[in-house]
Design a protein around this ligand. Structure first.
Ligand SMILES: [Zn+2]
Length: 353
């Protein structure tokens, strides 16, 4: 936590993507997108098995058309072992691309950071804001939360591909965006009670990306909603870039989600767990949690534990553990310390269990 400094000596660094292209059928422009951004001839693409089968040849056509030399690497998971193995298979490359859902983008981002190579994000779904942020979730690292790497220099979002991804992933993206409501509230708490640095602009920007989803959720099935969702996720990643930390995007609801990952690994997507967390943390903050729950429900995101196979016990344990996940991050969970009884009451009050 950074103490407030006199305004004339307070400084921080803002990293932003240099180019973002969003549109239908943009994957075929990938070669040109790269060359307009950076002088790169040798490209490493990190992706998953399904994506390479579905979209590999289309991606290759785009790179061939600009005579780029490329190498594919498959990220089967986001473990540290996989990261080490893939990194060892990269000898000479000018650029690393993360092509896929959250996993491939996270692995590619982390490897690019460690090898000090520029990184481009080409998301194939819109399940969380990692598609455009400097943060990567890697399993088996010494921290249970996201690792700060570097911002992608470019993001190429093909809405045709993203729109064809499962609705459940898109609903999960909405959950990760609604989380900004409580994340910003927690940051305000850090400012007010711990004299923590607070970025008004980045907090407002992160909050805006949640508000827009609240407002537009009823259009979830419309073609244009996907553009709003992707832009909101990118803008939320940019808010973290402006803040220089994940503070505006990740508060107590993310700590709850990280705790669940420990207690009940692989149950629900990141954004789904964050959505459940947001409902309960909003209640603790005294916010209108029911409107958050109704918004999640309207996009088909889970609003109770059982919808993603979580038990009552797992929810209670995660609520109690959450404040210890990242002790330096002051949130409502430091102010209202949940024991078993209080956690049970909270989860019941919000119909999570
Ligand atoms: Zn998130």
């Amino acid at each position: 936590m950074r103490p407030l400094l006199p305004i004339e000596i307070e400084s921080h660094t803002i990293e932003l993507p240099r180019r973002i292209t969003i549109g239908y059928d943009t994957l075929k422009e990938l070669g040109r997108f790269i060359l307009e951004l950076i002088d790169a001839r040798r490209v490493t693409i990190i992706t998953g098995n399904n994506i390479i089968k579905r979209l590999g040849s289309k991606c290759e056509d785009a790179l061939d058309s600009e005579d780029l030399v490329y190498k594919w690497l498959i990220a089967s998971d986001t473990s540290n072992t996989t990261v080490q193995y893939l990194a060892s298979r990269i000898d000479t490359t000018d650029l690393i691309i993360g092509f896929g859902g959250g996993k491939s983008v996270d692995v590619a981002k982390y490897i690019a950071y460690n090898l000090n190579k520029p990184f481009i994000s080409v998301p194939t779904s819109a399940a969380h804001d990692g598609i455009a942020s400097p943060f990567a979730s890697i399993r088996g690292s010494n921290r249970p939360y996201s690792i700060t790497t570097r911002m992608p220099i470019g993001i190429l979002a093909d809405l045709k591909i993203i729109r064809s991804s499962p609705k459940r992933l898109l609903a999960s993206g909405c959950g990760d965006l609604l989380a900004k409501i409580t994340a910003v509230k927690d940051w305000e708490l850090g400012r007010d009670e711990k004299n923590e640095y607070f970025g008004t602009y980045s907090a407002s920007l992160a909050h805006l990306s949640a508000s827009i989803i609240m407002k537009e959720a009823k259009k979830f099935n419309d073609k244009e909603f996907i553009r709003t969702l992707v832009e909101a996720l990118i803008s939320s990643g940019v808010a973290a870039g402006i803040a220089g930390s994940s503070r505006p995007c990740s508060g107590s609801e993310h700590l709850f989600s990280h705790a669940l990952e420990f207690i009940a690994p692989n149950k629900g997507f990141h954004g789904e767990r964050c959505g459940l967390g947001t409902i309960m943390m909003a209640n603790l903050h005294g916010l209108d949690w029911e409107v958050i729950r109704d918004t999640l429900d309207s996009v088909g995101a889970p609003t109770n534990a059982y919808q993603i196979g979580l038990s009552k016990d797992e929810i209670i344990k995660a609520l109690i553990l959450a404040r210890n996940i990242r002790p330096e991050r002051y949130t409502i969970l430091n102010k209202i310390k949940l024991n078993e009884e209080k956690a049970l009451d909270l989860a019941k009050r919000c119909n999570i269990i």
